[in-house]
Design a binder for this molecule. Sequence first.
Ligand code: DI6
Ligand code: FE
Length: 420
Amino acid sequence: MAGRVRIWRNANLITLDPSREGLGLIEDAVLAVSGERIVHVGPDADLPTDFTAQAESVDCGGRWITPGLIDCHTHLIHSGNRAREFEMRLAGASYEEIARAGGGIVSSVRHVRAASEAELVAESLPRLDALLAEGVTTVEIKSGYGLTVADEIKMLAAARRLGEQRPVGVTTTYLGAHAVPAEYKGRNGAFIDEIVLPGLEAAHAAGLVDAVDGFCEGIAFSPAEMRRVFDHAAAHGLPVKLHADQLSDLDGAALAASYGALSADHLEYTNAAGAAAMAASGTVAVLLPGAYYFIRETRKPPVDLFRAHGTAMALATDCNPGTSPLTSLLLTMNMGATLFGMTVAECLAGVTREAARALGRLDEIGTLEVGKRADFCLWSIREPAELVYRMGFNPLHDRIFGGVADRDRALPIAKRGDIR
Ligand code: DI6
Ligand code: FE
């Protein structure tokens, strides 16, 4: 047997292994790890003796183990916040009044342009630490607040840097087609020609792009404009994702599916044909209840249609300063259940296996299976539903990334007061 083996015993496993039923539960189980990989998953009684002989073992005390949580849709890298704008909205201010007061997405763009890469990293680290403290082991991070070639690259480089500063997997998504900046107002086509497509090429050449995303909406980019971006992504062999049907039904889900997108996200206004097309193309529905809650949307994503068609569903925070200032995947699961009517099993799969699928990384992460990365969490709970049930309580006991437990490293968690 290669390498030193470490075994976690006396645990209950939520494996999410698709070859097992439901959550893939195994009680009184053992998880064995060698190096960065899982080498055995099963009931204690089945543990091969060569493991027990030479392995170092951790007694989990009957705790539960899940795969490491995966936040598959975030705008974690940003600068400044929009609390003032939030307060104005509470007081009844209109969109125009907020825009006139310098608020809205343009204010986030202004802050990101003014920040250095190091400042973006420093400002975003507390948000990342909040996610890690609740068991996140992989996070997707988008650009989209730079909206110049250099500033989009700066955001993606900052995202990669976060992954070097903390034990976490980071996947980067190029979101040049997020908004039209003031200097291109009314000239979407020119913005795509002069910034979005050249930015995609430059960021990709720098090795900073794992996927390409866009905001397909009346207030952002049309389906025809998104096709231009997706055609360019396809020409460079990059997978795509789409912010689709969030505020209106533009057939965004079907558009994403027609490009074999990894995911289509938001989807409050998605129709039956869109749900069916996504199921057929294996495009994951990434649901973002934090944004739904924060903007007080009333139209729910069509969860019943996704179930009926067999469309995979994931859940993510959409952490962003404008519509979802949320850094808790545990609360996101609770919202998926209470606001969208998802089951406990759907919520747990949504932040593990289905989130991995939405990132195109299911072969590596997202379930507890032999051969996958040893990214997992120990929870001080008595039953799986507790992870979805509580609001604002964190039962995480330990987080293991690549076989190494946070309890065995001096993990520098930035002071919560630092968050901006
Ligand atoms: N959908 C949203 O809700 C946000 N972006 C997106 O694509 C809004 C981002 C912001 O207001 O900063
Ligand atoms: Fe988003």
